[in-house]
Design a protein around this ligand. Sequence first.
Ligand SMILES: Nc1ncnc2c1ncn2[C@@H]1O[C@H](COP(=O)(O)OP(=O)(O)O)[C@@H](O)[C@H]1O
Ligand SMILES: [Mg+2]
Length: 236
Amino acid sequence: MSETPSDLEPGTPLIRLEEVHKTYRIGKTEVRAVRGVTMEVRLGEVLCIQGASGAGKSTLLHVAGSLDTPTKGRVFYAGEDVYAMSEYRRTGLRCRKLGFVFQFYHLLPELTVLENVVLPSLSTWAGLHRYRATRERAESLLRTVGLGDRLLHRPMELSGGEQQRAALARALINDPDVVLADEPTGNLDSRTGEVVLDLLFRLVQERRRTLVLVTHNREVAERCDRNLVLQDGRLA
Ligand SMILES: Nc1ncnc2c1ncn2[C@@H]1O[C@H](COP(=O)(O)OP(=O)(O)O)[C@@H](O)[C@H]1O
Ligand SMILES: [Mg+2]
């Protein structure tokens, strides 16, 4: 994987989607979740994708984040066609360059909080060969998100807000270029959601990283640099 984006100017397109379509087929039923979206995510920006439930936001984020193949169209990461890469390379991109935060946290219940945060690093050389340093980094991230005294707890022993803060630490463990967050406060009460969001913004901005934030909350959208609105699978 090339060493982007340190050699790119802020504002250059980091992720670019060209005429992306995603259609789900279940039996004879077709759901056209994304219908011809062209957009870019620029290095260093906080980009918001807004839209009603069912508008295709999650689908779009997954396609942009190399998690799900588009039915048609192309996705570029730092100029490279993501779905033309080998599976191996694409996995490398996903694990090392991108960090994900989901609405329902998706922490592994049988692992401790610390293990959950360390886990993505095991796909990197440093994670495997510098385990102690990685573990210290995970602990430091968990302290930053206020979970320094919960390292050995299981996710079930944490509140929703705490689980999401652990998920933020996990998203950042490999120091990704981009964090993709899908309604990260959607399952939290408004006060807790605000704490998580403040933390997400601070963590991303301190590191001068790029953030793509999916939300249907207008107040959240107002805090972003740029806003796109998705309606029935198309950009409004
Ligand atoms: N795995 C799937 N299989 C079939 N249909 C899906 C799948 N995921 C999403 N959809 C459908 O695609 C449309 C867009 O869904 P989604 O991307 O989750 O929207 P949003 O995140 O904006 O709520 C919806 O009609 C949804 O039911
Ligand atoms: Mg969604």
